[in-house]
Design a binder for this molecule. Structure first.
Ligand code: GLY
Length: 567
């Protein structure tokens, strides 16, 4: 009924362009560190954060705002925002109820364990990453409707409408976005038989308008018909027709059968903090619990931030957690993940007992194998409403612009999440990724993730809403931001902005962002037996901290266009 009553209004809004102020005429500057009394949204794009804030100001709650932000990011942040991907939501109500929603992609019915291998059993390079065969069945649209059905207050159509308008009217791309679109031009051309809207004859530059008419029509169908506007009817037919052009296997039956899962969130205590985060099929919660569980035995606060002693201990804990990740974690609906055993206090304690405070372990002696190399494009947003309800969502199409395949006529990018499965269990593939049984491909299964949307309470009160993109570095980035605040006393801004480091067991290396480690620290770590390697940016964290007077501090990672918006 509610749906029908809004149809007329929606159609009016759609056919009368210009009747509302145009949000995206000019590049909106990002706001990196904001303190507001009532409510806050921090996301990867200023327009999405602004849309979320307006929903909150208009009486929406944190979940309403999250739905609006998810759809808005699908328009203004196509590199990772999506309706063609999936994600995870952690929710905490003002009175302490917690929930986690899994809207991760599923492997299609026709998928199979060896689908990315050639006749010799070797991995076919790029097949799980590029084009039509790389996509899992998208979960984001079902996820938003499920979250809204349980917790939303405003009408769904009202929450999708801003995204429809920005897609229809266009928005000004930022200089980072222009650069990225230019970098991916050849890939877009290669992975599509049509010319997607992201391909322009002349190079993109900051301020150019990106108008997505097909996407606005797809969003309108979703707004008018609910999940059926995506998983059935015209959108579903367009997806299946697109699949046929490039050997893809997502069918109408796959789309019709997609299901979200409400899962019991994973809770862990660290001193007087409680962290609520994602269980499998994410590895994030389990790994974070192991890392923090090992570190709990030490007084980290006695060390300086980014001192060799602190980095050594954190890296040793990370090394052990990632070794377990590779062996034991996958979709618990399909594989018997020994979660209880992995989280057992004594087990975690025992994992840390062989840490030498002065000497690096060797990953080869902790576990055999090679690492999984994960893509780093994903996106996160954090929201707190005026009543104190909190949402932490990490969502992804996997690598930048996903499979780079745009559904012709529907205007959205499909994910390449199938690459998060092990293409060849037991044997490193051409990317040097390890495959293990826990994460082998099976129809209907969800691929292992590192996404770690997290909500932290202190003494039972909301303290921090946090998360980040970054593939395998997601977990260690969330851990670091939390430790930066809880152990090293950094301001929220510094906790997010300061350069990060990362260890993932294999390669046996401490990776660090430019400026994270000075020469003296590097040489001390190397003396201890670590190897170190500078790399590019690690993560883009979106954090909201509740300050002692109850106001909200939003911090948007300075590494990108990320922006906070609140009132
Ligand atoms: N695709 C990145 C992740 O799920 O961890």
């Amino acid at each position: 009924m509610r749906l029908k009553s809004s149809v007329f209004l929606l159609i009016l809004l759609f056919i009368l362009p210009g009747c509302k102020p145009h949000l995206g005429k000019k590049v909106i500057p990002s706001s990196k560190n904001l303190i507001k009394k009532e409510a806050m949204v921090v996301s990867a794009h200023p327009i999405a954060s602004e849309i979320g804030k307006r929903v909150l100001q208009n009486g929406g709650n944190a979940v309403d705002a999250a739905v609006a932000v998810q759809f808005a990011l699908a328009v203004v942040y196509p590199v990772a925002g999506n309706i063609g991907g999936g994600g995870f939501m952690i929710y905490r109500s003002a009175d302490g109820e917690v929930a986690s929603l899994d809207f991760r992609e599923m492997a299609p019915i026709s998928s199979s364990r060896d689908m990315y291998l050639d006749k010799n059993g070797d991995v076919i390079q790029g097949l799980s990453l590029n084009g039509h065969l790389a996509s899992g069945i998208p979960g984001s649209v079902a996820g938003m409707f499920a979250a809204h059905e349980r917790y939303g207050k405003l009408e769904m159509a009202e929450l999708i409408q801003p995204a429809i308008e920005v897609a229809r009217d266009g928005f000004a791309v930022t200089s980072q976005q222009a650069k990225r679109l230019n970098n991916f031009k050849e890939r877009f051309i290669k992975n599509n038989l049509h010319k997607p809207v992201f391909v322009k004859d002349t190079p993109w530059k900051a301020g150019d308008q990106l108008v997505q008419t097909d996407l606005s029509q797809t969003l309108l169908r979703i707004s008018l018909s609910g999940p059926a506007g995506f998983y059935a009817g015209k959108t579903a037919e367009l997806i299946v027709a697109e699949m046929a052009k490039g050997g893809g296997i997502i069918s109408l039956e796959d789309l019709d059968g997609y299901k979200v899962k409400w899962r019991r969130p994973l809770l862990m205590n660290y001193k007087n903090y409680t962290l609520t985060t994602m269980p499998p099929p994410s590895s994030g919660g389990a790994c974070m619990a192991q890392i923090l569980g090992i570190l709990k035995a030490y007084d980290l606060s006695q060390y300086e931030f980014h001192s060799p002693e602190a980095i050594h201990l954190i890296a040793e804990a990370e090394r052990r957690a990632y070794a377990d990740r590779t062996e034991h974690l996958g979709d618990s609906d399909f594989y018997d993940v020994p979660l209880e055993e992995l989280l057992d206090k004594d087990y975690i304690k025992s994992r840390g007992t062989d840490i030498d405070l002065n000497k690096a372990s060797k990953s080869s002696e902790i576990f055999a194998g090679e690492p999984r190399k994960e893509s780093e494009e994903t996106t996160h947003f954090s929201i707190v409403d005026k009543d104190g309800n909190a949402v932490s969502i990490t969502t992804t199409i996997n690598s930048g612009y996903g499979s780079k395949t745009v559904v012709e006529g529907a205007g959205f990018l499909l994910n390449n999440e199938m690459d998060d499965f092990s293409a060849k269990p037991g044997v490193p593939n051409l990317f040097g990724l390890i495959g293990k049984e826990a994460n082998a491909i099976q129809p209907g299964k969800r691929m292992l993730s590192s996404m770690t949307p997290t909500i932290v309470t202190k003494g039972g009160e909301l303290e921090l809403v946090v998360g980040t993109p970054g593939g395998s570095t997601i977990i260690t980035s969330v851990v670091q931001v939390f430790l930066n605040i809880s152990e090293f006393g950094l301001s929220t801004y510094d906790a997010v902005a300061k350069p990060r480091f990362h260890h993932q067991w294999l390669p046996d290396q401490i990776y660090y962002e430019k400026g994270a480690l000075d020469a003296a620290t590097i040489s001390k770590l190397e003396e201890m037996g670590h190897t170190t390697k500078e790399r590019g940016l690690i993560g883009k964290v979106e954090a909201i901290r509740v300050l002692p007077d109850g106001s909200l501090e939003g911090v948007a990672d300075p590494r990108g266009d990320d922006s906070a918006s609140g009132y």
